[in-house]
Design a protein around this ligand. Structure first.
Ligand SMILES: Cc1ncc(COP(=O)(O)O)c(C=O)c1O
Length: 346
């Protein structure tokens, strides 16, 4: 049976060119700074997002953790969205390992936090309060419909942070999806932030890895933090080689994933018993609801699973699908046909 895996873009497999690059990668000990392939990826990544320096890390979770730990000391506070990946999905790492106090602000459906809400959550100078140090953004926003936040919004948060002497970290796991969806250079989304982390292993299809970027001083400090976390890798060029191909060859094709997501969403909108907000579909992540009492979302996952189609159940009636390099427009049509058949028989 053909498997159409729409659970996440993390299921993407490396391309043939990536596999060849991994096989041929020139290697050295990266903890000594001597892995030429890692050094090349880091230079390329920094230039691509308009920062002075970059550092390869094992995962998006490690990227956010390294950056937030580097910005904040124990007992200090990071402002972040209540729907941000870092808050519910990174095992509380910033608190567990860094003693950092998360201060959540409500995310709007478009992934933004209202500037007013951010302002009121910044602590005054009072002995009772933790010190606010950092504001975290996420672009695209995974739990908020894969929304792409604009440069204007990012710049406004950065301006507020500067006014209040704070730093901004961007969880840019899918920042290239945001840039492609908005039709802009990614640097417009990264220009003001003090640090960002982006993933090689999601829409860009590399097997492993994320890159954190910032000033040279920030990255020098982040290297210490990464070492503390056990994230200093040796012949890391094995990973970086695929990352280089990801940056060179996989960014522009993201457009196709967005088209497939739109095609999927428009198909779902026509299926009786399912509901989707088409206006919320901007990138490669779509959420939709089962709106009939005769079927629970979990049961729909089971029924689709029997037909080789995988998706995520994220609530009693809510489901998520993500398009990616492993999904063609024919796969979208097959998934829609299966959905229509199941829904016609409930
Ligand atoms: C927005 C966002 N940030 C960070 C991560 C964490 O990435 P990783 O799974 O590589 O740790 C994810 C994972 O899906 C994500 O969606």
């Amino acid at each position: 049976m053909k498997i159409i895996d729409l659970r996440s873009d993390t299921v993407t497999l490396p391309t043939t060119v990536m596999r060849e690059a991994i096989y041929c990668a020139e290697l050295g000990d990266d903890v000594f700074g001597e892995d030429p392939t890692t050094n090349r990826l880091e230079k390329m990544a920094a230039e691509r997002v308009g920062k002075e320096a970059a550092m390869l890390v094992a995962s998006g979770t490690m990227g956010n953790l390294v950056c937030i730990l580097t910005h904040c000391a124990r007992g200090e506070e990071a402002i972040l969205g209540d729907q941000s990946h870092t808050f519910p999905y990174e095992a509380g790492g910033i608190s567990a390992l860094g003693g950092i106090h998360p201060h959540t602000v409500r995310n709007q459906p478009d992934g933004t936090m209202r500037l007013e809400d951010i302002k009121t959550s910044i602590r005054g100078n009072n002995v009772h309060f933790p010190r606010t140090r950092l504001i975290c953004l996420e672009n695209t926003h995974n739990r908020c419909n894969g929304a792409a936040m604009t440069p204007e919004y990012t710049d406004a948060v950065v301006a507020l942070s500067k006014e209040r002497g704070l730093s901004v970290h961007l969880d840019g796991a899918r920042v290239f999806n945001a840039a492609v969806a908005l039709g802009i250079d990614v640097r417009e989304l990264t220009r003001g932030v003090d640090s960002l982390s982006f993933c090689l292993s999601k829409g860009l299809s590399a097997p492993v890895g994320s890159v954190v970027c910032g000033t040279s001083d920030f990255i020098a400090e982040a290297r210490r933090t990464r070492k503390v976390l056990g994230g200093g890798m040796r012949q890391a060029g094995i990973i970086a080689a695929a990352g280089i191909v990801a940056l060179q060859q996989m960014v522009d094709r993201i457009e196709e994933d967005h088209k497939n997501a739109r095609r999927l969403a428009e198909g779902i909108a026509h299926i009786h018993g399912l509901s989707i907000d088409l206006a919320s579909v901007q990138t490669n992540i779509i959420y939709f609801d089962v709106v009939t009492d005769r079927l629970k979302a979990e049961k729909l996952v089971t029924e689709l699973g029997k037909r080789g189609i995988k998706l995520l159940c994220v609530g009693p009636s809510r489901l998520r699908m993500v398009t990616h390099y492993g999904i063609s427009s024919e796969d979208i049509d097959l998934a829609l046909a299966a959905l229509a058949e199941i829904m016609a028989n409930v």
